[in-house]
Design a protein around this ligand. Structure first.
Ligand SMILES: C[S@@+](CC[C@H](N)C(=O)[O-])C[C@H]1O[C@@H](n2cnc3c(N)ncnc32)[C@H](O)[C@@H]1O
Length: 354
């Protein structure tokens, strides 16, 4: 049971009180610079279930010096900066301070999300807030759910520093939808490189066949030169540091993975009758992406999904999508009379569904 102090006796503290999980924490004091007298608790919510060991009088922030507690929660939107300074002057250790005020929580959430693209660890303060709360407030539920979700990615999927949470969680939601709809069909990734997305796909579809299409030896120079003119050897060399073996070693269920090594779409020979539930297209090139759509779409199950990476980043240079994969998708959608859903991941994926 964590002992917590609320700093700020106003409206924010009442919302925070309603979020607290009585099974995990106990309010042992409420402090405020200006207010004195009895604390006026919220009329509704979980307040009455929270074991409160303090007498009910609002104390001064200075009294924190004499109280033993685990966390102090800053509960004010307006005075959050001033409160933090006061706590620092009182030499309260940073790891005991949680800014639970609305603005900062949301700001911090975004900061947490952005920074978490680069760092594996949530800040201790956020971990603590997630641990202490059992949210009843809509906005907070969303934030908390997202935070918990991301935390689970870090723990369950061993998410790596540069992994794109939005891309991966989109694929995970798609996998859940496919499972819930009882859709049959195999899974594929075309454009695997080192398998850093494929390994998550393999984990998200544990019982399905996963076809992995790539040269496993970088972009094919002829294919690439056709659409890009002269391609330097040094660019090709950048993507050579992979192999089918390296990719397979990352797979949790390698027994379900089928390597299709060579230039796509030649490597699709023999798979004309295969049906697909989910496909990730990540070959970057215009022709490869277009041929991928032409190959997979007719045999995509009704309600199946194709996610195409690298479509919207640097979009619309001089009025036209500058991303080759994006242009291939635009052409395909126009020809088929269909549309896509843009995804806010790092390189602007798009999703097609039937
Ligand atoms: C951007 S990387 C894929 C990244 C990977 N999906 C990931 O998330 O880590 C693009 C890959 O597509 C492969 N590729 C592109 N066009 C191809 C084609 N026509 N046939 C086979 N592989 C191709 C390249 O060799 C390269 O490994």
């Amino acid at each position: 049971m964590k002992k917590i102090v609320l700093y700020g006796a106003g409206a924010v503290s009442k919302n925070i009180i309603k979020m607290l999980n009585p099974g995990k924490c106990q309010v042992i004091a409420i402090v405020d610079k200006n207010k004195r007298g009895r604390y006026d608790p919220p009329k509704k919510g979980l307040w009455w279930d929270i074991p409160v060991s303090w007498g009910g009088d609002i104390l001064s922030p200075q009294s924190l010096k004499d109280i033993s507690f685990d966390y102090v929660l800053i509960c004010s939107d307006l005075y959050q900066c001033e409160m933090r300074q006061t706590l620092q002057k009182l030499e309260i250790p940073n790891e005991k301070i949680i800014n639970a005020s609305n603005n900062d929580f949301e700001f911090d959430y975004r900061h947490f999300y952005m920074s978490s693209l680069y760092t594996r660890n949530a800040s201790p303060s956020h971990e603590a807030l997630v641990e202490l709360t059992d949210c009843e407030i809509f906005d907070y539920v969303i934030c908390r759910e997202l935070m918990l979700r991301r935390k689970r990615y870090i723990e369950d999927f061993q998410m790596q520093i540069n992994d794109d949470y939005v891309r991966l969680s989109t694929i995970e939601l798609i996998s859940a939808r496919i499972r819930n709809m009882g859709l049959d069909g195999s899974i594929a990734e075309a454009g695997v490189y080192k398998g850093d997305t494929a390994k998550y796909i393999n984990e998200m579809f544990p019982e399905r066949k996963l076809y992995l299409f790539d040269t496993f030896d970088s972009f094919n120079k002829d294919v690439m030169s056709k659409e890009n003119g002269n391609v330097s050897d040094s660019f090709i060399d950048t993507f050579k540091d992979t192999s089918a073996e390296l990719v397979m070693n990352k797979m949790k269920y390698p027994e379900h993975c089928i390597i299709k090594k060579g230039v796509f779409p030649d490597t699709t020979a023999g798979l004309e009758n295969e049906e697909w539930a989910f496909v990730s297209l990540d070959m970057d090139l215009y022709e490869s992406t277009y041929s991928g759509l032409r190959f997979f779409w007719p045999k995509l199950q009704k309600h199946g999904y194709i996610i195409i990476h690298d479509c919207l980043h640097h979009q619309e240079t001089a009025g036209r999508n500058a991303m080759p994969a994006g242009r291939a998708v635009d052409r395909f959608c126009e020809e088929e009379g269909i549309n896509y859903v843009p995804v806010t991941d790092v390189y602007g994926s798009v999703v097609l569904t039937k």
